[in-house]
Design a protein around this ligand. Structure first.
Ligand code: NAD
Length: 354
C-alpha cells in the first residue's frame, strides 16, 4: 500500500502530519503502508518551478493512493496561470484519470449547532455525493467565445456525456451505496436536457445489476431544494460534473464546518486522491489552529476505497466521533463548554482514541 503524500501549501503540512500519525497506528499494527513525500502546488513551484513537477508525477503514478493536504497561497496569486498552485490539482486529476469525486456531507450530532439549518433537520446527516469529474459541460467541445452571423459575440459550451462515461460513474455510485444504506438518487434535468435524458436511461439500465440498491431520480432544481428542506432523505446522490459541483458545495455547507469534510477522487482501478474539501487556509497557516479532522477522515476514506480496509476506516471514524463526544474542538468548531485544542493535540487525541 504505497501512499504518495503531497502536503502542499498553507495548513497542508500541519494537517497531513496529523493524518499520517493516525495511519502510523495501523502500520504499527501490521498494515503494510509505505509513505513517499513529494511537493505539489506552490511547494512544487518553489522546489521545481512547476505546480505538478515531474518528480511528483512519477511518485503519484507509482503509488496506490495519494493523500493531499491543500494548495494555494497569496504569494502565488500573481504567477502566470499555468504555474499557479491550483493548476497542480487539475493536472493530477487529469494525469491519474480521477473521474469519480466522492464528497460525504456528514454532520456529527455533537456539531449540530454549527449548521445554519435547525439542528433537528441536520443532526445525524450522512450523505455521499458522487460527482462525475472529467466530463460534462466543463470539458465538452465546441466551446469558446465567437462572433455570430449578426456580428454579436456569443459564448458557447457543450454539455456532453457518452455512454461509457455514464456507465462507469453509475457503477461507482451503486457500489458505494451497497456499502451504505443502499439508496441512490440520480440527479439530472432529463425534462429539458437530452444529455441527462441519456444519463437517466443508463442509470436505470445499470441499476438492474444492483437489485439490492434502490434507485430514484430527481431533477436538479428539486434536489437543490430538497437538500435544504429535508436532507436526511438522501443516502448516495449521483450526478454529473456541473450539477455535482453546485450540489456538493450546498451539501457541505449544511454541516457548517468545512474543517470536517473529507473527499476522494477515484479512477477505474480504485486508485484515489484523498484530500480535505477545504483549501490551504493561509490566514491560519503555521499557527497550530487548523482542524485536521477532514484530512484524517480523508485517510479513512483511503483505507476504505483504495485499500478495502473497512474495519480500519470505521475505527478512524469512530475515534473522531469519540474525540468530539469528549468535547475537544479546534477553533473553527469551538463553542462554549468545549475544550479548545490545536491541530497537533487534535491529531494526538484521535490517535489516543484509536
Ligand atoms: P479555504 O478553504 O482555504 O479557507 C476558507 C476559510 O475556512 C478560512 O477562513 C480558513 O481559515 C477556514 N478553514 C479552511 N480549512 C480549515 C481548517 N482545516 N481548519 C480551520 N479553518 C479552516 O478557502 P480560501 O480562503 O478561499 O482559499 C485559500 C487558498 O486555498 C487559495 O489559494 C485557494 O486557491 C486555495 N484552495 C485550495 C483548495 C485545494 O487545495 N483543494 C481548495 C479551495 C481553495
Amino acid at each position: 500500500m504505497n501512499v504518495a503524500v503531497l502536503a502542499g501549501d498553507g495548513i497542508g503540512p500541519e494537517i497531513t502530519t496529523q493524518a499520517i500519525k493516525v495511519l502510523e497506528v495501523f502500520k504499527k499494527e501490521g498494515l503494510d503502508l509505505q509513505f513517499e513525500y513529494a511537493p505539489i502546488g506552490g511547494a512544487g513551484f518553489d522546489a521545481y518551478g512547476s505546480p505538478y513537477p515531474e518528480a511528483t508525477q512519477n511518485i503519484c503514478r507509482k503509488a496506490d493512493a495519494v493523500l493531499l493536504g491543500a494548495v494555494g497561497g497569496p504569494q502565488y496569486d500573481n504567477l502566470d496561470r499555468p504555474l499557479r498552485p491550483e493548476r497542480g490539482l487539475l493536472a493530477i486529476r487529469k494525469d491519474l484519470n480521477l473521474f469519480a469525486n466522492l464528497r460525504p456531507a456528514i454532520l456529527y450530532p455533537e456539531l449540530a449547532n454549527a449548521s445554519s439549518l435547525k439542528p433537528e433537520i441536520v443532526a445525524g446527516l450522512d450523505i455521499m455525493i458522487v460527482r462525475e469529474l472529467t466530463g460534462d459541460i466543463y470539458f465538452g467541445e465546441p466551446r469558446g467565445i465567437q462572433t455570430n452571423d449578426k456580428g454579436e459575440q456569443e459564448g458557447i459550451n457543450t454539455m456532453r456525456y457518452c455512454e461509457s462515461e455514464i456507465k462507469r460513474i453509475a457503477h461507482i455510485a451503486f457500489q458505494i451505496a451497497q456499502k451504505r444504506h443502499k439508496k441512490v438518487c440520480s440527479v439530472d434535468k432529463a425534462n429539458v436536457l437530452e444529455t441527462t435524458e441519456l444519463w437517466r436511461q443508463i442509470f436505470t439500465q445499470i441499476s438492474k445489476e444492483y437489485p439490492d440498491v434502490e434507485l430514484s431520480h430527481m431533477y436538479v432544481d428539486n434536489a437543490a431544494m430538497q437538500l435544504v428542506r429535508a436532507p436526511k432523505q438522501f443516502d448516495v446522490i449521483a450526478t454529473g460534473n456541473i450539477f455535482g459541483d453546485i450540489l456538493s458545495d450546498e451539501a457541505s455547507m449544511l454541516t457548517g464546518s468545512i474543517g470536517m469534510l473529507p473527499s476522494a477522487s477515484l479512477n477505474e482501478t480504485g486508485k484515489g486522491l484523498y484530500e480535505p474539501s477545504h483549501g490551504s487556509a493561509p490566514d491560519i497557516a503555521g499557527q497550530d489552529k487548523a482542524n485536521p479532522l477532514a484530512t484524517i477522515l480523508s485517510a479513512a476514506m483511503m483505507l476504505r476505497y483504495s485499500f478495502h480496509q473497512e474495519d480500519a476506516a470505521k475505527r478512524i471514524e469512530t475515534a473522531v466521533q469519540k474525540v468530539l463526544q469528549a468535547g475537544l474542538r479546534t477553533p473553527d468548531i469551538h463553542e462554549d463548554g468545549c475544550q479548545l485544542v490545536g491541530c497537533n493535540n487534535m491529531g494526538d487525541a484521535v490517535v489516543n482514541a484509536l
